[in-house]
Design a protein around this ligand. Structure first.
Ligand SMILES: Nc1ncnc2c1ncn2[C@@H]1O[C@H](COP(=O)(O)OP(=O)(O)OP(=O)(O)O)[C@@H](O)[C@H]1O
Length: 603
């Protein structure tokens, strides 16, 4: 299995694609977004009215008129503006969190429904980074930044219009300052997005490599390579930091230019305004109102630069999330009716007809022209050298892999008609490498069949000689299970118990390569034999006792079936089988020796 990061498409998608993805997250919330925008515009309008109200207060003061009305207007503007601002804040904040949740849920659904091998080709750590980190960057981009950009623009134009109403000469100086700010921002902005995109990419690589290192931590430590691996990991963290610093520098530059531009405009307004007041072309109250507008102007300028920055990083994140949309999904269930009453009948429960299949459509097939009937009862063992295609047969039966040619059938009906859920409902699969799922021992045992009783659980644990050890644990069946807390053989036995509790039509068992002690081996075989008495067991066999036990043995070599028959028949007819058995026998003898000196493992 390849976990190569190089197989993952690197670049973010084109701009229109990313914008449409952002839009797809925002669209379901359009009413809330529009309401937020309206509220934002009302807040802005109240902000715009405040300097005018202030001018009335000043005029009333100078003219000796009543202050009551203008002050009342000011207070109402303040209270209404504040209340609406609060409402809008809460609404946009909630909306933003919903968008993050929906983006996460969408990604998780995609992962769970994805075809197995395209999913496994992507580094797990990178997928985790997308769900946990990239989704956060969507937050503002798909919610408040859109509102902020529109509102900021409206407030900017509104402020300039109000200023123009007050004094046309002064507004020209202000417009010049705003134009310089806008031009500089337009030049500097895109690089912020690009730097953030590179920072997120480095973060993804860090996630991917960290996950791989943690999984192989024993190998890393045993090789004394902690420092080398640490250097590689910190290299990614460093790259992410440097790119983020680049983005921050740009942002600081935009902010400084924006703030500085407005400050400069205020100084010019003060100078020119004072001169115009002294010339009698302007009243002091108008100059004060104008200055207040100049301060109001700071807000849309900062809102715009802030939200444009958030929008840029959101776009970068959207590009990366968009790549996940290319993850191939499993076919949706069709579910043609297939009778379930086949057990023990004479026919085949499953069948591979002339199946050729591979992992890379352009590469060599992993299996060719396979003809295989899985009987509705009994024990079928697959044997063969490493890379012969045994696991590929399981992947085909489970629908993880589609044949390039040929057909798979469940009770004579093609898989495409039956649908994967129905196929998988008939199967239970015991993986060799990672057979337990996150949760407690009980969660694992009831994973396929939630209806089982405590007694059934205990009986099955008894069969595979785990009952005493599980019950001796402080939390018994409710002990949390992680890959590292139990041995490989114990994990497999728990997975076997889970499969037996589901009582499947076909039990697919990828036998652990590691030896287990003789008593456990016998217990496992007894359990398997019992199941094979009225249903089917298919084993990828790594133990001599398993092959000897099987009703039929299929010998695979280089993706083809080289021979088939019983143990005795194959011993007589197949040189390959004889050599495999010789190897298994040597292994078995080595295992016996080990079992004699090693204590019997418990949980
Ligand atoms: N995920 C994968 N992507 C690409 N090629 C693969 C993948 N899994 C297996 N292969 C290739 O398919 C061929 C058959 O592999 P398969 O795992 O079925 O063999 P196997 O008989 O189960 O071997 P082993 O006993 O070592 O597990 C091999 O050439 C292998 O390199």
């Amino acid at each position: 299995m390849s976990y190569s990061g190089s197989m993952v498409p690197q670049s973010s998608g084109p701009e229109p694609g990313r914008i449409s993805l952002l839009w797809s997250y925002a669209r379901p919330h359009l009413p809330a977004l529009i309401l937020s925008l309206v509220l934002a515009l009302v807040t802005s309008a109240s902000q715009l009215a405040s300097p005018l109200a202030t001018r009335s207060v000043l005029d009333a003061l100078a003219g000796g008129g009543s202050l009551l009305n203008p002050v009342l207007v000011l207070v109402v503007l303040l209270v209404v503006g504040g209340a609406i601002g609060w409402w809008q804040w809460v609404m946009l904040g909630t909306l933003a969190e919903r968008i993050v949740y929906e983006a996460r849920q969408g990604m998780l659904t995609r992962f769970m429904r994805a075809r197995v091998f395209p999913l496994l080709r992507r580094p797990a750590g990178e997928l985790v980074t997308r769900v946990t980190s990239d989704s956060v960057l969507l937050r503002e981009a798909a919610s408040s930044s859109v509102v902020g950009i529109i509102n900021g623009t409206a407030l900017l134009i509104g402020t300039l219009v109000m200023m123009a109403i007050l004094d046309v000469v002064l507004v020209l100086a202000t417009v010049a300052a705003v134009a310089v700010v806008a031009a500089v921002s337009i030049v500097l902005m895109p690089e912020i997005g690009r730097a953030q995109s590179r920072s997120q990419a480095a973060l993804g690589s860090l996630g991917a490599e960290l996950e791989g290192n943690l999984r192989a931590i024993k190998t890393v430590k045993a090789a004394g390579s902690e420092q080398r691996q640490l250097d590689r990991l910190t290299g990614h963290a460093l790259a992410s930091r440097d790119e983020s610093v680049r983005a921050v520098r740009r942002e600081a530059m935009v902010w400084t230019v924006a703030g500085g531009g407005i400050q400069a405009a205020i100084i010019v307004i003060l100078g020119v305004g004072a001169w115009r007041v002294s010339e009698g072309e302007m009243t002091v109250s108008t100059l004060v109102a104008f200055l207040l507008y100049a301060f109001v102007l700071l807000e849309p300028v900062s809102t715009l630069s802030e939200n444009l920055t958030a929008f840029q990083s959101g776009l970068a994140a959207a590009g990366r999330i968009r790549e996940l949309e290319q993850l191939e999904q499993e076919d949706t269930p069709v579910g043609a009716g297939v009778s379930s009453a086949v057990r023990g009948g004479g026919g085949a429960v499953m069948e591979l007809r002339s199946v050729t299949a591979g992992y890379d459509p352009a590469g060599e097939p992993a299996v060719r022209d396979l003809e295989l009937r899985i009987p509705s009862r009994g024990h079928l063992a697959l044997v063969g050298p490493s890379g012969a295609g045994k696991t590929t047969v399981f992947s085909l039966l489970l629908g993880f892999l589609n044949p390039q040619s040929g057909q798979l059938l469940l009770q004579g009906v093609p898989y495409a008609e039956v649908g994967l859920p129905e196929v998988r409902r008939r199967l239970a699969y015991v993986e060799q490498e990672t057979p337990v799922v996150p949760g407690t021992i009980r969660d694992n045992l009831t994973f396929l069949n939630a209806e089982v009783t405590e007694q059934q659980i205990l009986d099955v644990l008894d069969q595979i000689r785990l009952r005493e050890t599980v019950l001796a644990l402080p939390n018994g069946l409710d002990t949390p299970l992680s890959d590292s807390s139990v041995s490989g053989g114990q994990r497999q036995r728990i997975a076997l118990a889970r499969a037996l509790l589901a009582d499947p039509d076909v039990l697919l068992l990828d036998e652990a390569t590691a030896q287990v002690d003789g008593l456990t081996e016998t217990a496992i075989h007894d359990a398997v034999r019992r199941h094979a008495a009225n249903a089917t067991v298919v084993t990828i066999a790594h133990r001599l006792s398993t092959v000897i036990d099987a009703d039929e043995i299929v010998v695979m070599e280089e993706g083809r079936i080289a021979a088939r028959g019983t143990h005795q028949e194959l011993l007589a007819t197949s040189e390959l089988y004889r050599s495999l058995v010789r190897a298994l026998r040597i292994d078995a003898e080595a295992g016996v020796e080990r079992a004699e000196v090693e204590p019997v493992g418990g949980l």
